[in-house]
Design a protein around this ligand. Structure first.
Ligand code: HEM
Length: 367
């Protein structure tokens, strides 16, 4: 398993920045808030820090809902009934996905990013689309996955693709196809555009989080792990939304420094998750996957903000946690084992590249 520390790129730049308050990563920013208090200030002070409008190049979908962020539209958190419905769907479809793999490609290792697509997509659709028929939920799930796939090259491009470029057109067509299906669904969370954004955030991020979970557990197969601790440890070391950005709407004094209006200020849950004041254990070993560190309940898991904070904190947090805990229980019981080295894909959020695994119970090839 590769490590974030050796991954380089933007991730490396953020991790190697001095952790001294607010630091400028370049001559004119972006700025990085490196302490928990400053990170909270940036995410909760909506009078001075706004969401960037352009979502399709923001790094991932979870911070996205179109071009009108300054209205501070917030999504309602999922209800316990919605969460229960989503997890029940995941619990039903995950074994189906494994069985389909065994039937179609029995000799190949499982690929977590592939395998999780349909169970997660349907779980989120079933949770959010209360009034939709099963066929509608299936169609919406497929259309969201197609939009996420079409967004990938737009987000990953080194320079923003032109409005009329092929990748932009493919992405726009995929989004419009999704919105057209949503037009016919009753009881959406918001307009079809808002529902599309929420669904995409609620599908893309849990697929990556679930894959990281399987990657970490597969790297060190053991029965002796608390599934909830394994989930927190995964969200600490590899939070899919590893960085999020806000724009200053006025000149702001942050940690005694003047940050000019219109500056980008970054908050990184991945960086915060490596601060000894937030994480129990030997400060020199905070880059290691060690779920047992959370047996020490002196520190609160989640203080590094893997679900954000403030008015734009994740409304699907409870569903995300419930699905991940279910997956962790399954992975521990089946002793998931990685079959090849995992690298860090930073092209949109953070995802394992690839996460291929086998189950110890199945035998098969060794690494
Ligand atoms: C393990 C799973 C998940 C993780 C780690 C996660 C993480 C996050 C984070 C960090 C943010 C804040 C981004 C920012 O401040 O820029 C966020 C926002 C969001 N998440 Fe999640 N999320 C997860 C699951 C879900 C699910 C299941 C849903 C929907 C059912 C969802 C819907 C959203 C939406 C709509 C936003 C944007 C909120 C806003 O802009 O007001 N997420 N998520």
């Amino acid at each position: 398993m590769d490590s974030a520390e050796s991954a380089g790129g933007r991730l490396g730049a953020v991790l190697s920045a001095p952790r001294t308050g607010v630091v400028a990563l370049g001559p004119r920013g972006p700025w990085l808030a490196t302490t928990p208090a400053l990170a909270k200030q940036v995410l909760t002070d909506v009078d001075h820090f706004d969401f960037p409008g352009n979502v399709s190049r923001g790094g991932d979908l979870s911070g996205s809902r179109g071009d009108t962020r300054s209205g501070h539209l917030v999504f309602d958190p999922l209800t316990p009934v919605q969460v229960a419905r989503g997890v029940a769907t995941f619990a039903e479809l995950w074994p189906e996905a494994l069985a389909a793999h065994d039937r179609d490609t029995p000799r190949e290792a499982y690929d977590a990013m592939e395998l999780l697509r349909r169970p997660v997509a349907r779980a989120t659709c079933d949770a959010l689309l209360d009034d939709a028929s099963t066929d509608q939920r299936e169609a919406v799930g497929d259309a969201v996955l197609a939009w996420i796939d079409a967004l990938a090259p737009v987000i990953a491009a080194a320079r923003a693709p032109h409005r009329w470029s092929r990748v932009r057109r493919v992405e726009r067509d995929a989004r419009l196809r999704l919105e057209a299906i949503l037009e016919h669904v009753d009881g959406l969370p918001g307009t079809p555009q808002q529902a599309a954004t929420m669904l995409a955030a609620g599908i893309q991020v849990p697929i990556a989080a679930g894959s990281w979970l399987l990657a970490w557990l597969g790297d060190q197969p053991t029965h002796d792990v608390d599934p909830i601790h394994a989930v927190w440890e995964t969200l600490r070391l590899t939070p899919p939304t590893w960085i999020t950005a806000r724009l200053t709407t006025t000149d702001v004094e942050l940690d005694g420094r003047l940050v000019p209006s219109g500056s980008v200020v970054l908050v990184s849950p991945l960086l915060l998750g490596r601060l000894p004041e937030l994480v129990p254990g030997d400060p020199d070993e905070l880059g290691d996957f060690d779920p047992s560190r959370w047996r020490d309940d002196a520190r609160r898991p989640g203080a590094w903000l893997p679900f954000g904070a403030g008015p734009h904190a994740c409304p699907g947090r409870n569903l995300g946690m419930a699905v991940l805990v279910h997956l962790a229980e399954w992975a521990v019981a089946h002793r998931v084992r990685l079959t090849q080295e995992v690298k860090f894909d930073q092209s949109r959020g953070l995802a394992p590249l690839p996460c291929r695994f086998r189950l110890n119970a199945q035998g098969g090839t060794t690494r």
